[in-house]
Design a protein around this ligand. Structure first.
Ligand code: PLP
Length: 368
């Protein structure tokens, strides 16, 4: 068997043995009692993870991009316009999805490594009305975390729906749907939930569901949440075959999260981020992301002089740790390291010492 390496990329993240075990159970009927009960519990757990009591949770085969599409198509009509707050790669994707379906879209683009400020959002909202405002919580290319709580505060009481792309944040960084008045949180299994890729995950507020119900038809069939609603409320019903093993694994993942407790889980993410960054800085690395926008789930790190991207990452991989390369203008100059999901402090320690010995192996001048 291939030796397992520690996967510290911005998703998929390391999968806990309990989840792997669940995934490897024999496939059961999609309407068997165990599948029905675990689906129900997974949906209930999901609501707890995003602090939502009244909304509707959806778990569907797919990935984060399908969640983005579902969020948009089920809340915004073709004649309407949305505002995308983009701090990088996935904000751009949101505007491409809007364009693909003929939904009007304005974008406020921040510099890479930063996020759109609340003041910029406020200024824009005073000029124009939007059916929805969509923000990436943590951008996977830049490691920048947007002030989504502050955006939500500003949007409270307005008639724009607020959509958060939480694919790189939900379950690792606080997101409180009810308290903050967020209308849609969309995410996926393979990042902070620590479950293998394969699921699109969306939680809709009551207001967002009302909006969907007001729309006669939407340009979607599989992605139409009204077709899924009866199944989410009663998983013994059929619309399209759910990925049984993956959903049971996701159920296990959500159990692990709630056993840890969400507050503790957020704290652990913060501590792990600080631990990694302190170690990396002491080795001579610098952070790409501006200090006030650093995310607890992901770091984007400039190489020190003399350390070459490809040899660093391949040597580190030989030592058992996988990190990702940079995207866009910083490709080759940075590496991206995910530190989210069910990562333990001993895995963090292992990764730090692997990075240290990799630097020595590639001939890094330690200067002491
Ligand atoms: C990874 C990611 C996505 C895309 O998810 P896929 O599962 O790859 O489709 C979208 N948004 C953000 C913020 C992400 O980090």
């Amino acid at each position: 068997m291939e030796k397992e390496k520690l996967l510290l990329i911005p998703g998929p993240t390391p999968v806990h043995p309990r989840i792997i075990n669940k995934l490897s159970l024999p496939t059961v009927s999609h309407v068997s009692p165990i599948m029905i009960s675990e689906s129900k519990d997974a949906l209930e757990n999901l609501k707890k993870i995003v602090f939502c009591e009244s909304g509707e949770p959806f778990i569907v085969a797919g990935a984060g991009t399908l969640s983005m599409e579902m969020a948009l198509l089920n809340t915004v009509m073709r004649e309407e316009k949305i505002l995308v707050l983009s701090q990088g790669y996935f904000g751009d994707r949101m505007s491409q999805i809007a364009e693909s379906f003929g939904i009007g879209c304005d974008v406020i683009q921040s510099a890479w490594g930063e996020a759109v400020s609340v003041e910029e959002l406020e200024a824009r909202l005073s000029q124009e009305n939007y059916a929805a405002v969509a923000s990436t919580h943590v951008d996977t290319a830049t490691g920048a975390c947007a002030p989504v709580k502050d955006y939500a505060e500003l949007l409270k009481g307005s008639n724009s729906l607020f959509i958060i792309d939480g694919v790189c944040a939900t379950g690792g960084i606080e997101e409180r749907m009810d308290d903050w008045d967020v209308d849609v949180i969309l995410t996926a299994a393979q990042k902070c939930f620590g479950v293998p890729p394969g699921l699109a995950v969306v939680v809709m507020s009551e207001r967002a569901m009302q909006k969907r119900k007001q729309m006669k038809s939407i340009p979607a069939y599989y992605a139409d949440l009204l077709r899924w609603l009866p199944i989410m409320r009663d998983p013994s019903k059929y619309f399209s075959t759910p990925c049984v093993n993956e959903i049971r694994a996701f159920y296990e993942g959500t159990e692990i999260m709630l056993e840890e407790g969400m507050e503790k889980r957020f704290d652990r993410h913060e501590k792990i981020a600080q631990t990694f960054r302190a170690a990396l800085k002491s080795f001579g690395f610098k952070l790409f992301t501006k200090a006030s926008y650093l995310a607890d789930t992901l770091s984007v790190v400039y190489y020190p002089e003399g350390v070459e991207d490809k040899s660093f990452r391949s040597t580190l991989a030989d030592k058992g740790v996988i990190v990702a390369g940079g995207l866009g203008e910083v490709a080759g100059k940075v590496f991206r390291m995910g530190h989210m999901g069910n990562l333990s402090f001993s895995q963090v320690e292992f990764a730090i010492s692997a990075i240290e010995s990799t630097l020595s192996a590639v001939g890094y001048d330690w200067k002491y």
